[in-house]
Write a protein that binds this ligand. Sequence first.
Ligand code: PRX
Length: 659
Amino acid sequence: MQTASSSSDITSSLRESRNFKPPAEFVKRAHLKSMAQYRKLYAESIRNPDKFWGKAAAELEWMKPWTKVCDWKEPHAKWFVGGKTNMSVNCIDRHAHGWRRNKVALIWEGEPGDEPHISRARNIPYASLLRQTCQFANVLKQFGVKKGDRVIIYMPMIPEAVFAMLACTRIGAVHSIVFGGFSSEAIKDRILDCGAEVVITADGGYRRGAVIELKKNVDAALAHCPGVRHVLVVKRTEQPVHMVPGRDHWWHEVQQNASYECPPEPMNSEDPLFILYTSGSTGKPKGIYHTTAGFMLGCQMTTKYVFDAKEDDVYWCTADIGWVTGHSYSIYGALLNGLTTVLYEGAPNHPAPDRFWQIIDKFGVTIFYTAPTAIRAFIKWGEQHVLKHSLKTLRLLGSVGEPINPEAWIWYHKVVGKGRCPIVDTWWQTETGTIMISPLPGVTPTRPGTATLPFFGVDAAVVNKEGKEQPRNVGGLLVIRKPWPSMLRGIWGDPDRYRKQYWSEVKGCYFTGDGARRDKDGYFWIMGRIDDVVNVAGHRLGTMEVESALVGHKMVAEAAVVARPDDLKGQALVAFVTLKGGQVPSNDLKDQLRAHVGKEIGAHAKPDDVRFTDALPKTRSGKIMRRLLREVATGGEIRGDMTTLEDFSTLARLRHDEE
Ligand code: PRX
């Protein structure tokens, strides 16, 4: 694949013609039932977005109505200008004060199973979700958290994490969730970047039978974050942790005297709701921020139509709340629609590789949303683990995070969905907030490997660098040509980077960073990132971040990180490293470097392969020839002994004029 700067014509070799129509049984009950219906609504949403979104937003609860639907001055959008609302009211109060009050909002399953020694509610009804959220909102207030303050959440997948998110939204604090797999360095960077003064965490969390020491990681981060005044700690695993007097407080103690009632803060539509850090093509993660009303509407609408959400659904999105999918779909989209959503704390293969299928049968899950990397792992573990369980309640399957390879799609369809469940392959990003391109399950004939057609209001196109649409089946840049309600509003503290990153590549368009092509039916086939961002096991990583971590090691002089295809994880990282004078390559050092990246960023960022070289191949202007490295990493031509130096000098000379 070529980079955007060299050419925007991308060659795609994937052709897939198997077609799957929505099953008649499904269509009968679906919210939307025909292509004609989709096309009509889509055309309206593009022709008159104000009318379309204005009508949709009326389904939410407002404290004050808006005066203008969209105010667009590129690259800044304001949606529902003048309106006031509150996320927690829409997610909880609406249901808790009505007939859904005893309906289960959250079904929680801890990794260790039933764990009689830790008494916790497993089913949390809307009424109790409201009480718990308000109570914790009062705790936050007690510790001085006010509207607009940033709060870091670094927690396992336990109900308190949900109470914490919602409590922030209740009082107008801006949450920034840091995935529990991130290291103390990553926590530190995020705290400092957003200026948080309060951190919510737990003593630990369970993962594959082991305890992740969350509090310890927070302590290490806070050694460099003098601005943090308070740490609120949930007791989850009960292993001993160090509590700093005056700074650290146990959740269960401080909430004891907090009231169950907390009036919601009226939030302006455009008040920030959360910041979520994600990788870009530079070494520094970007704090993508979303605001209140538009994001909320996006979550509500897409959950309703893409997942065809119904009152009696039991919905399970397996994403951790530390990623955007966990925000928009595990929690917000589900609760906004008054659904019952499943939250599972642990790994898919603990204690055995059938844990997910066991959970589906145990709770009667009807909608299941997961990532291709997980599906490929299930395939590897063997279908016998799936076949042990009936999965008869499932009616819809979803996929997100990376392109799903046709083999995985077909397996998902046959083995998990038993041929009766439509699959929605949903394309979107942290930046887009909600699903942008996806089949509608009662409407769109699907084909393995394509996310099919844009959602309402999404003016997606495949263009060349000049912004001209590419002919059918010619690859190009995936852009969005109109603002949409749940779009990012910026990069926290860095307006220039926002404009440069997203709004300058193609004039007048939001540039996604992905390459794509459209087929004869207009279906979008996502071809992956065209910048230096890679997708490892559905997690987005900037190769530059990993490079900065590597060069931070005292023995490393220079590093270049590229991706190669990987059967299981989609992509795997290969690091080419030159050492400082006098340092000797060894397998031991290779392990040390991998561990170093784990410490600096998190285990998911560890390169699969570290290869030593005495010089990196560079162009005359000093740019690392990544394309060459990618070829080497993929082809493995120069493999040999892991510890020998790779000599790129001849290859580099040969390629000089090409770059
Ligand atoms: O490259 C696309 C890929 O994941 C990127 C967004 O990553 P992130 O912000 O971490 O959000 C992941 C969850 C929404 C995209 O730019 N991607 C996401 N979904 C798909 C996908 N690639 C192909 N098909 C998808 N369905």
